[in-house]
Design a binder for this molecule. Structure first.
Ligand code: ZN
Length: 143
C-alpha cells in the first residue's frame, strides 16, 4: 500500500512516518509508547491519531484486538481509515513484527481495523481493586 498523502507530510524516522500520538524523545520516536494525553487531545479536536489532520465526515477507524472489537472500546485514538490501513501494514507494533509492547502489556495476536460512525471518550472500571481507565467507546460499526 502506498503511504497516504497526509502521512507523507509527517516527519519520518527510518522510513516510517512518526505518528502524532507516539512519544518522541530527542527527536527519536518510540513507536511502542503511546502518548495518551496527546491521543485524547487529538480525538477531542476530531484529529487523526496518526497524521494529526482533522477527520471529516463520519468514518472513524479504530485498531484493536478481538476484545476491543467485540466491546467497541479502544485505547488508541480514532484515525482516518487510510492512515489506519497503512499503519497496520507498516507499524512494527501493529503489524506484529515486534513482541515487546512495553507500555500496553500483551499485544493481542490479531488486530482488526473497524470503521465506526462516531466515538466518545469515557472511563471503564475493571479489576479488583477497581481501577478506572480512560478509553474510547465507538459508535455504530460501519464496516
Ligand atoms: Zn490520518
Amino acid at each position: 500500500m502506498e503511504e497516504p498523502y497526509l502521512l507523507t507530510l509527517r516527519p519520518h524516522y527510518k522510513g516510517l512516518p512518526i505518528p502524532m500520538a507516539v512519544l518522541v524523545k530527542d527527536g527519536k520516536p518510540d513507536f511502542a509508547v503511546v502518548d495518551f494525553a496527546a491521543v485524547f487531545d487529538l480525538a477531542g479536536q476530531k484529529r487523526c491519531a496518526l497524521c494529526g489532520t482533522r477527520m471529516r465526515g463520519n468514518r472513524y477507524a479504530f485498531i484493536g484486538g478481538p476484545v476491543s472489537k467485540a466491546n467497541h472500546l479502544y485505547q488508541d485514538g480514532p484515525m482516518h481509515p487510510d492512515c489506519a490501513s497503512y499503519a497496520a501494514e507498516v507499524c512494527p507494533f501493529i503489524a506484529g513484527r515486534k513482541d515487546d509492547y512495553r507500555d500496553g502489556g500483551d499485544r493481542p495476536d490479531e488486530m482488526h481495523i473497524t470503521i465506526y460512525d462516531s466515538y466518545e471518550d469515557t472511563y471503564i472500571t475493571h479489576g479488583y481493586p477497581p481501577s478506572r481507565e480512560r478509553v474510547f467507546r465507538a459508535g455504530d460499526e460501519i464496516e
